[in-house]
Design a protein around this ligand. Structure first.
Ligand SMILES: C[S@@+](CC[C@H](N)C(=O)[O-])C[C@H]1O[C@@H](n2cnc3c(N)ncnc32)[C@H](O)[C@@H]1O
Length: 408
Protein backbone atom coordinates (compact mmCIF):
# COMPACT_ATOMS: atom_id res chain seq x y z
CA UNK A 1 0.00 0.00 0.00
CA UNK A 2 1.40 3.40 -0.79
CA UNK A 3 0.60 6.81 0.56
CA UNK A 4 -1.58 7.53 -2.50
CA UNK A 5 -4.08 4.86 -1.45
CA UNK A 6 -4.60 6.63 1.86
CA UNK A 7 -4.80 9.96 0.06
CA UNK A 8 -7.36 8.57 -2.42
CA UNK A 9 -9.51 7.32 0.45
CA UNK A 10 -9.66 10.74 2.06
CA UNK A 11 -10.34 12.42 -1.30
CA UNK A 12 -13.36 10.16 -1.77
CA UNK A 13 -14.41 10.07 1.90
CA UNK A 14 -13.26 13.23 3.69
CA UNK A 15 -13.18 12.38 7.37
CA UNK A 16 -15.09 12.84 9.53
CA UNK A 17 -18.20 13.66 7.47
CA UNK A 18 -19.09 17.30 8.29
CA UNK A 19 -21.53 19.88 6.91
CA UNK A 20 -20.21 23.46 7.13
CA UNK A 21 -23.82 24.70 7.61
CA UNK A 22 -23.78 23.03 11.06
CA UNK A 23 -21.22 25.59 12.29
CA UNK A 24 -24.13 28.00 12.82
CA UNK A 25 -25.58 25.82 15.60
CA UNK A 26 -22.66 24.20 17.41
CA UNK A 27 -18.90 24.02 17.95
CA UNK A 28 -17.54 20.48 17.99
CA UNK A 29 -15.11 20.19 20.85
CA UNK A 30 -12.92 17.31 21.95
CA UNK A 31 -9.43 16.14 22.86
CA UNK A 32 -6.68 16.77 22.11
CA UNK A 33 -6.40 20.51 21.41
CA UNK A 34 -9.04 22.08 23.64
CA UNK A 35 -7.28 25.33 24.59
CA UNK A 36 -7.81 24.80 28.33
CA UNK A 37 -6.17 21.36 28.05
CA UNK A 38 -3.21 22.69 26.07
CA UNK A 39 -2.61 25.29 28.75
CA UNK A 40 -3.06 22.81 31.63
CA UNK A 41 -0.99 19.90 30.32
CA UNK A 42 1.73 21.59 28.28
CA UNK A 43 2.20 25.02 29.83
CA UNK A 44 1.42 24.22 33.50
CA UNK A 45 -1.60 26.54 33.15
CA UNK A 46 0.69 29.56 32.71
CA UNK A 47 0.69 30.25 28.94
CA UNK A 48 0.08 33.93 28.23
CA UNK A 49 -2.16 33.91 25.17
CA UNK A 50 -1.67 37.67 24.77
CA UNK A 51 1.70 36.64 23.30
CA UNK A 52 1.87 35.27 19.73
CA UNK A 53 0.89 31.60 19.52
CA UNK A 54 1.41 29.34 16.51
CA UNK A 55 -0.37 26.00 16.21
CA UNK A 56 -0.16 23.32 13.53
CA UNK A 57 -2.97 20.85 12.95
CA UNK A 58 -1.25 18.07 11.03
CA UNK A 59 -3.64 15.82 9.12
CA UNK A 60 -6.50 18.13 10.00
CA UNK A 61 -9.15 16.20 8.02
CA UNK A 62 -12.45 18.06 7.77
CA UNK A 63 -11.29 20.43 10.47
CA UNK A 64 -12.65 19.44 13.91
CA UNK A 65 -9.52 20.24 15.94
CA UNK A 66 -8.38 23.16 13.79
CA UNK A 67 -11.79 24.85 13.95
CA UNK A 68 -12.16 24.28 17.71
CA UNK A 69 -8.70 25.63 18.46
CA UNK A 70 -9.01 28.60 16.10
CA UNK A 71 -12.40 29.45 17.64
CA UNK A 72 -11.07 29.20 21.21
CA UNK A 73 -8.17 31.50 20.29
CA UNK A 74 -10.45 33.95 18.45
CA UNK A 75 -12.79 34.04 21.48
CA UNK A 76 -9.97 35.47 23.61
CA UNK A 77 -8.60 37.70 20.83
CA UNK A 78 -5.26 35.90 20.93
CA UNK A 79 -2.66 36.98 18.36
CA UNK A 80 -2.53 33.43 17.06
CA UNK A 81 -2.36 31.46 13.85
CA UNK A 82 -3.70 27.94 13.34
CA UNK A 83 -2.00 26.25 10.40
CA UNK A 84 -4.16 23.47 8.96
CA UNK A 85 -2.39 20.86 6.83
CA UNK A 86 -3.66 17.70 5.13
CA UNK A 87 -2.86 15.58 2.09
CA UNK A 88 -6.52 15.54 1.04
CA UNK A 89 -7.77 18.55 -0.94
CA UNK A 90 -11.39 17.43 -0.48
CA UNK A 91 -10.97 17.44 3.30
CA UNK A 92 -9.35 20.87 3.20
CA UNK A 93 -12.30 22.21 1.21
CA UNK A 94 -14.69 21.19 4.00
CA UNK A 95 -12.39 22.60 6.70
CA UNK A 96 -12.03 25.90 4.83
CA UNK A 97 -15.80 26.19 4.37
CA UNK A 98 -16.28 25.61 8.11
CA UNK A 99 -13.75 28.35 8.92
CA UNK A 100 -15.52 30.69 6.49
CA UNK A 101 -18.93 29.88 8.06
CA UNK A 102 -17.49 31.01 11.42
CA UNK A 103 -15.65 34.02 10.00
CA UNK A 104 -12.35 32.75 11.43
CA UNK A 105 -9.49 34.91 10.17
CA UNK A 106 -6.74 33.23 12.19
CA UNK A 107 -6.25 30.11 10.03
CA UNK A 108 -4.17 29.16 7.00
CA UNK A 109 -4.66 26.04 4.88
CA UNK A 110 -2.07 23.84 3.17
CA UNK A 111 -2.39 20.69 1.06
CA UNK A 112 0.75 18.71 1.77
CA UNK A 113 2.28 15.96 3.88
CA UNK A 114 3.20 16.32 7.53
CA UNK A 115 6.43 14.55 6.58
CA UNK A 116 7.53 17.77 4.89
CA UNK A 117 7.24 20.70 7.25
CA UNK A 118 10.10 22.64 5.67
CA UNK A 119 9.46 26.35 5.36
CA UNK A 120 7.25 26.60 8.47
CA UNK A 121 8.47 28.53 11.50
CA UNK A 122 8.52 26.33 14.66
CA UNK A 123 5.21 25.84 16.43
CA UNK A 124 4.13 26.34 20.05
CA UNK A 125 1.63 23.53 19.69
CA UNK A 126 0.98 20.70 17.25
CA UNK A 127 -2.20 18.61 16.99
CA UNK A 128 -2.03 15.27 15.25
CA UNK A 129 -5.20 13.31 15.85
CA UNK A 130 -5.83 9.96 14.21
CA UNK A 131 -3.14 10.37 11.53
CA UNK A 132 0.21 8.83 12.50
CA UNK A 133 -1.19 5.29 12.61
CA UNK A 134 -1.99 5.66 8.87
CA UNK A 135 1.59 6.45 7.81
CA UNK A 136 3.81 3.79 6.21
CA UNK A 137 6.41 4.66 8.87
CA UNK A 138 4.72 6.30 11.87
CA UNK A 139 8.09 6.87 13.56
CA UNK A 140 9.04 9.23 10.71
CA UNK A 141 5.83 11.14 11.44
CA UNK A 142 6.59 11.46 15.17
CA UNK A 143 10.06 12.73 14.26
CA UNK A 144 8.83 15.21 11.67
CA UNK A 145 6.39 16.74 14.19
CA UNK A 146 8.99 16.83 16.97
CA UNK A 147 11.41 18.66 14.67
CA UNK A 148 8.82 21.38 14.02
CA UNK A 149 8.19 22.10 17.70
CA UNK A 150 9.57 25.03 19.71
CA UNK A 151 11.76 24.00 22.69
CA UNK A 152 8.97 24.59 25.24
CA UNK A 153 6.11 23.64 22.93
CA UNK A 154 3.92 20.57 23.05
CA UNK A 155 2.06 18.06 20.94
CA UNK A 156 -1.44 16.60 21.36
CA UNK A 157 -1.69 13.18 19.74
CA UNK A 158 -4.29 10.51 19.19
CA UNK A 159 -3.48 7.04 17.92
CA UNK A 160 -5.63 3.92 17.92
CA UNK A 161 -5.60 1.64 20.96
CA UNK A 162 -5.23 -2.05 20.20
CA UNK A 163 -7.37 -3.68 22.87
CA UNK A 164 -10.52 -1.59 22.40
CA UNK A 165 -10.36 -2.28 18.65
CA UNK A 166 -10.63 -6.04 19.07
CA UNK A 167 -12.19 -7.49 15.94
CA UNK A 168 -11.54 -4.44 13.74
CA UNK A 169 -8.52 -6.01 12.07
CA UNK A 170 -10.41 -9.31 11.59
CA UNK A 171 -12.98 -7.28 9.66
CA UNK A 172 -10.32 -5.48 7.62
CA UNK A 173 -8.67 -8.80 6.71
CA UNK A 174 -11.99 -10.37 5.67
CA UNK A 175 -12.97 -7.33 3.64
CA UNK A 176 -9.67 -7.39 1.79
CA UNK A 177 -10.56 -10.97 0.81
CA UNK A 178 -14.04 -10.13 -0.50
CA UNK A 179 -13.37 -6.77 -2.19
CA UNK A 180 -11.17 -6.00 -5.14
CA UNK A 181 -8.42 -3.38 -4.78
CA UNK A 182 -9.94 -1.42 -7.63
CA UNK A 183 -13.60 -1.70 -6.57
CA UNK A 184 -15.17 1.76 -6.30
CA UNK A 185 -15.40 2.99 -2.70
CA UNK A 186 -19.20 2.85 -2.68
CA UNK A 187 -19.13 -0.80 -3.70
CA UNK A 188 -16.67 -1.64 -0.93
CA UNK A 189 -18.96 0.05 1.58
CA UNK A 190 -21.94 -1.98 0.29
CA UNK A 191 -19.92 -5.21 0.58
CA UNK A 192 -18.91 -4.32 4.13
CA UNK A 193 -22.53 -3.70 5.09
CA UNK A 194 -23.51 -7.13 3.72
CA UNK A 195 -20.77 -8.81 5.71
CA UNK A 196 -21.76 -6.91 8.87
CA UNK A 197 -25.32 -8.22 8.58
CA UNK A 198 -24.12 -11.82 8.51
CA UNK A 199 -21.53 -11.90 11.27
CA UNK A 200 -21.98 -14.93 13.53
CA UNK A 201 -22.71 -14.14 17.19
CA UNK A 202 -19.21 -15.27 18.19
CA UNK A 203 -17.38 -12.97 15.76
CA UNK A 204 -14.91 -10.80 17.68
CA UNK A 205 -16.05 -7.56 16.04
CA UNK A 206 -19.70 -8.35 16.72
CA UNK A 207 -18.87 -9.18 20.34
CA UNK A 208 -16.95 -5.94 20.78
CA UNK A 209 -19.80 -3.77 22.04
CA UNK A 210 -17.55 -0.69 22.14
CA UNK A 211 -17.46 -0.21 18.38
CA UNK A 212 -20.25 1.83 16.84
CA UNK A 213 -18.12 4.25 14.79
CA UNK A 214 -19.04 2.54 11.50
CA UNK A 215 -22.74 3.25 11.98
CA UNK A 216 -22.42 7.07 11.74
CA UNK A 217 -21.70 7.48 8.01
CA UNK A 218 -20.10 5.74 5.02
CA UNK A 219 -16.92 7.75 5.65
CA UNK A 220 -16.82 6.41 9.21
CA UNK A 221 -17.45 2.85 8.02
CA UNK A 222 -14.69 3.14 5.43
CA UNK A 223 -12.31 4.60 7.95
CA UNK A 224 -12.88 1.80 10.45
CA UNK A 225 -13.29 -1.32 8.34
CA UNK A 226 -11.85 -0.63 4.88
CA UNK A 227 -8.78 1.44 5.60
CA UNK A 228 -5.86 0.63 3.34
CA UNK A 229 -3.39 1.15 6.17
CA UNK A 230 -3.81 1.50 9.89
CA UNK A 231 -2.17 0.09 12.95
CA UNK A 232 -3.09 0.21 16.61
CA UNK A 233 -0.88 0.79 19.62
CA UNK A 234 -0.47 -0.51 23.10
CA UNK A 235 0.90 1.95 25.65
CA UNK A 236 4.50 0.60 25.59
CA UNK A 237 4.70 0.80 21.75
CA UNK A 238 3.39 4.35 21.80
CA UNK A 239 5.77 5.39 24.59
CA UNK A 240 8.69 3.89 22.62
CA UNK A 241 7.88 5.85 19.44
CA UNK A 242 7.36 9.06 21.38
CA UNK A 243 10.69 8.54 23.14
CA UNK A 244 12.35 7.76 19.81
CA UNK A 245 11.30 11.20 18.57
CA UNK A 246 12.93 12.92 21.57
CA UNK A 247 9.59 13.58 23.30
CA UNK A 248 8.02 12.47 26.57
CA UNK A 249 4.43 11.96 27.65
CA UNK A 250 3.24 14.75 29.95
CA UNK A 251 -0.20 13.20 30.40
CA UNK A 252 -2.60 10.63 29.04
CA UNK A 253 -6.19 11.72 28.47
CA UNK A 254 -8.27 10.98 30.46
CA UNK A 255 -5.48 10.71 33.08
CA UNK A 256 -7.48 8.62 35.56
CA UNK A 257 -8.18 5.87 33.05
CA UNK A 258 -4.44 5.20 32.90
CA UNK A 259 -4.16 4.85 36.68
CA UNK A 260 -4.66 1.28 37.98
CA UNK A 261 -5.98 2.78 41.24
CA UNK A 262 -9.15 3.80 39.41
CA UNK A 263 -10.03 0.13 38.88
CA UNK A 264 -8.44 -1.74 41.80
CA UNK A 265 -9.52 -1.49 45.42
CA UNK A 266 -7.16 -4.21 46.72
CA UNK A 267 -4.43 -2.32 48.58
CA UNK A 268 -2.08 -5.31 48.42
CA UNK A 269 -2.27 -5.45 44.64
CA UNK A 270 -1.91 -1.68 44.33
CA UNK A 271 1.11 -1.78 46.63
CA UNK A 272 2.79 -4.18 44.22
CA UNK A 273 2.43 -1.58 41.49
CA UNK A 274 3.93 1.18 43.64
CA UNK A 275 7.42 0.97 42.12
CA UNK A 276 6.28 1.18 38.49
CA UNK A 277 6.90 4.23 36.30
CA UNK A 278 3.86 6.18 35.11
CA UNK A 279 4.20 4.52 31.68
CA UNK A 280 4.31 1.05 33.26
CA UNK A 281 1.25 1.88 35.37
CA UNK A 282 -0.53 3.13 32.26
CA UNK A 283 0.35 -0.09 30.43
CA UNK A 284 -1.07 -2.09 33.35
CA UNK A 285 -4.27 -0.01 33.36
CA UNK A 286 -4.66 -0.60 29.64
CA UNK A 287 -4.48 -4.39 30.09
CA UNK A 288 -6.77 -4.23 33.09
CA UNK A 289 -9.51 -2.14 31.47
CA UNK A 290 -9.24 -3.75 28.04
CA UNK A 291 -11.46 -1.03 26.56
CA UNK A 292 -9.12 1.65 25.22
CA UNK A 293 -9.98 2.26 21.57
CA UNK A 294 -7.59 5.15 21.30
CA UNK A 295 -4.77 6.77 23.19
CA UNK A 296 -4.70 10.53 23.56
CA UNK A 297 -1.51 12.02 24.97
CA UNK A 298 0.04 15.43 25.48
CA UNK A 299 3.81 15.35 24.89
CA UNK A 300 6.64 17.79 25.39
CA UNK A 301 10.30 17.63 24.46
CA UNK A 302 12.32 15.23 26.60
CA UNK A 303 14.80 17.97 27.45
CA UNK A 304 11.95 20.09 28.82
CA UNK A 305 12.25 18.70 32.34
CA UNK A 306 9.83 21.10 33.99
CA UNK A 307 6.57 19.72 35.36
CA UNK A 308 4.34 20.95 32.55
CA UNK A 309 1.08 19.84 34.18
CA UNK A 310 -0.74 22.51 36.26
CA UNK A 311 -1.08 21.96 40.03
CA UNK A 312 -3.84 23.23 42.36
CA UNK A 313 -2.11 25.98 44.33
CA UNK A 314 -3.75 29.12 45.81
CA UNK A 315 -3.48 31.20 42.63
CA UNK A 316 -4.88 28.50 40.33
CA UNK A 317 -8.23 29.15 38.64
CA UNK A 318 -10.23 25.92 38.28
CA UNK A 319 -11.90 25.69 34.88
CA UNK A 320 -14.70 23.24 34.18
CA UNK A 321 -14.09 21.92 30.68
CA UNK A 322 -17.60 21.24 29.47
CA UNK A 323 -20.03 23.29 31.57
CA UNK A 324 -19.55 26.16 34.01
CA UNK A 325 -19.15 24.90 37.59
CA UNK A 326 -22.14 26.84 39.00
CA UNK A 327 -24.42 25.39 36.31
CA UNK A 328 -23.17 21.88 36.99
CA UNK A 329 -23.45 22.28 40.75
CA UNK A 330 -27.01 23.64 40.65
CA UNK A 331 -28.22 20.40 39.07
CA UNK A 332 -26.36 18.30 41.65
CA UNK A 333 -28.28 16.70 44.53
CA UNK A 334 -26.66 17.34 47.95
CA UNK A 335 -24.25 14.51 48.77
CA UNK A 336 -24.01 13.37 45.14
CA UNK A 337 -20.87 11.61 43.99
CA UNK A 338 -19.03 11.93 40.69
CA UNK A 339 -20.12 9.62 37.92
CA UNK A 340 -18.72 8.96 34.46
CA UNK A 341 -19.39 6.43 31.75
CA UNK A 342 -16.55 5.67 29.35
CA UNK A 343 -16.26 2.92 26.80
CA UNK A 344 -18.49 0.42 28.55
CA UNK A 345 -17.42 1.16 32.13
CA UNK A 346 -19.40 3.08 34.77
CA UNK A 347 -17.45 4.93 37.43
CA UNK A 348 -18.96 6.22 40.68
CA UNK A 349 -16.48 8.17 42.76
CA UNK A 350 -17.23 9.78 46.14
CA UNK A 351 -17.11 13.56 46.55
CA UNK A 352 -16.62 15.31 49.93
CA UNK A 353 -19.67 16.82 51.71
CA UNK A 354 -18.75 20.40 50.67
CA UNK A 355 -18.31 19.57 46.96
CA UNK A 356 -21.43 21.39 45.81
CA UNK A 357 -20.43 24.62 47.63
CA UNK A 358 -17.00 24.48 45.99
CA UNK A 359 -18.32 23.73 42.49
CA UNK A 360 -20.87 26.56 42.77
CA UNK A 361 -17.90 28.92 43.00
CA UNK A 362 -15.81 27.38 40.17
CA UNK A 363 -16.84 30.03 37.65
CA UNK A 364 -13.61 29.99 35.64
CA UNK A 365 -12.67 33.40 37.06
CA UNK A 366 -12.06 32.94 40.78
CA UNK A 367 -8.79 31.54 42.11
CA UNK A 368 -8.78 28.73 44.64
CA UNK A 369 -7.95 31.22 47.36
CA UNK A 370 -10.89 33.42 46.38
CA UNK A 371 -13.17 30.37 46.35
CA UNK A 372 -11.93 29.41 49.82
CA UNK A 373 -12.58 32.88 51.25
CA UNK A 374 -16.10 32.91 49.82
CA UNK A 375 -17.11 29.55 51.35
CA UNK A 376 -19.38 29.52 54.45
CA UNK A 377 -17.04 30.01 57.43
CA UNK A 378 -14.09 30.82 55.12
CA UNK A 379 -11.96 27.81 56.22
CA UNK A 380 -8.22 28.33 56.32
CA UNK A 381 -6.18 27.06 53.34
CA UNK A 382 -4.99 23.93 55.12
CA UNK A 383 -8.55 22.85 55.93
CA UNK A 384 -9.83 23.81 52.51
CA UNK A 385 -7.11 22.20 50.37
CA UNK A 386 -7.90 18.50 51.12
CA UNK A 387 -11.58 19.19 50.36
CA UNK A 388 -10.71 20.82 47.07
CA UNK A 389 -8.31 17.97 46.21
CA UNK A 390 -11.12 15.48 46.83
CA UNK A 391 -13.25 17.34 44.26
CA UNK A 392 -10.43 17.99 41.82
CA UNK A 393 -9.22 14.35 41.89
CA UNK A 394 -12.27 12.74 40.24
CA UNK A 395 -13.05 15.70 37.97
CA UNK A 396 -9.48 15.96 36.70
CA UNK A 397 -9.13 12.17 36.38
CA UNK A 398 -11.84 12.37 33.72
CA UNK A 399 -10.48 15.59 32.22
CA UNK A 400 -13.48 17.61 33.40
CA UNK A 401 -11.59 20.11 35.54
CA UNK A 402 -8.42 21.92 34.49
CA UNK A 403 -6.39 24.73 35.99
CA UNK A 404 -4.99 27.98 34.74
CA UNK A 405 -2.95 30.78 36.21
CA UNK A 406 -2.81 33.05 33.18
CA UNK A 407 -5.69 35.38 32.24
CA UNK A 408 -8.54 33.73 30.26
C1 LIG B 1 -8.71 9.76 10.22
S1 LIG B 1 -8.45 11.30 9.46
C2 LIG B 1 -8.32 12.34 10.91
C3 LIG B 1 -8.71 13.76 10.63
C4 LIG B 1 -8.65 14.71 11.83
N1 LIG B 1 -7.31 14.80 12.37
C5 LIG B 1 -9.64 14.32 12.87
O1 LIG B 1 -9.23 13.77 13.90
O2 LIG B 1 -10.83 14.55 12.70
C6 LIG B 1 -6.78 11.20 8.90
C7 LIG B 1 -6.36 12.40 8.08
O3 LIG B 1 -4.94 12.36 7.93
C8 LIG B 1 -4.62 12.77 6.61
N2 LIG B 1 -3.27 12.28 6.30
C9 LIG B 1 -2.87 11.00 6.14
N3 LIG B 1 -1.54 10.95 5.89
C10 LIG B 1 -1.11 12.24 5.91
C11 LIG B 1 0.16 12.86 5.73
N4 LIG B 1 1.26 12.15 5.48
N5 LIG B 1 0.23 14.20 5.82
C12 LIG B 1 -0.87 14.96 6.07
N6 LIG B 1 -2.09 14.42 6.23
C13 LIG B 1 -2.21 13.08 6.17
C14 LIG B 1 -5.73 12.20 5.78
O4 LIG B 1 -5.84 12.84 4.52
C15 LIG B 1 -6.94 12.41 6.68
O5 LIG B 1 -7.59 13.62 6.43
Amino acid sequence: MNSDRVQEQYEEFPYPARDPADEKRRLISGSPSHLAEINHYIFAGKRDFAQPFRALVAGGGTGDAAIMLAQHLADIDAPAEVVYLDLSAASREVAEARAAARGLGNMSFHTRSLLDLSGFEPFDYIDCCGVLHHLPDPQAGFESLAAALKPLGGIGLMVYGELGRTGVYDMQDMLRAVTGETDPGGEKVATAKRLLEQLPATNRFRRNGLMADHTASDADLFDLLLHSRDRAYRVPDLAREIDGAGLRIASFIEPGRYDPALYLRDKGLLGRLGGLSHIEKAAFAELLAGNMKKHIVYCVRRENEADTVAKPTMAAVPVLRDAPGPELARGMPMGAGFSAQVDGLDFQLPLPPGAKEILLRCDGVRTLDEIRKDLPGAPDWFRFKPHFDAVYGPFNAFNKMLLRFSPA
